[in-house]
Design a protein. Sequence first.
Length: 309
Amino acid sequence: MIAFVDDNKVEYGVEPICDVIEIAPSTYYERKRQEREPDRRSVRVKRDEALMPEIRRVFDDNYKVYGVRKVWKQLKREGFVVAKCTVRRLMRQMGLHGATRGKAFTVTTIPDELLARPADLVDRDFTASAPNRLWLADITYVPTRVGFVYVAFVTDVFSRRIVGWRASRSLETGLALDALEQAIWDRLDGNPDGLIHHSDRGSQYLSIRYTERLADAGIEPSVGSVGDSYDNAMAETINGLYKTELIWRRGPWRGLDDVEYATLEWVDWFNHHRILEPIGDIPPAEYEANYYRQTSPARDAGLKPNSLR
């Protein structure tokens, strides 16, 4: 409103404009005096001006997807003492809005009812007592100018950490198998220690090549028994975050190369910086590091040292 008065006061005068927009002329004059003499500003105004750049920084540094709650939590993690309602008011004032999920679920894995499938060892209980006890695997899609790109993820249930991923123009088994290989190489060091691998009924996960690789690594396979998206709900959640926070907000995409590079950056941010409410509003890598500090060293739990970085 002050800017509106400034823009029109030469033509109409301050008092008539203030009368129309229903503010006291003294309010306008005091605001202008504060601009000339910053020390006259209230403590609240000074604090707001100090907080707004920090809010903007947190918002920009986190893919511009954080809403009020996550911005507030991140500020608290950094040592700022600020009320949630203050963050809400300032974000509204700055026009900052978090990402909102709303895209429909699309099937990307291809079910094959004729293939033999392992038992469902999870029964929709997506919990784990430690890292490398339960992995979830799923595939999602990205529309590009030259056709669909498919992205396979492998997620550790304990921390929600993405431990393997791969992007491809093909939905064949090699896509899922490459993501699995990355997870095995980075996490297991030859010691699966009762690890369960859970997926939906997609033919990629029931193929001979995939099931033989699980067997060779000593990983117990598990496949959803009902056949709907809830059989692999946590994996669907990761897919949903990926699509909401990266794909829908930064498209359109040219093709495989730019999707692959952007996914690499997003996965690194997700694992090391994105705070997740189910694990106490900290990043997955930090959650795992806390676990190992409180229990046995990483080498005794079957993780390679680099998986804690």
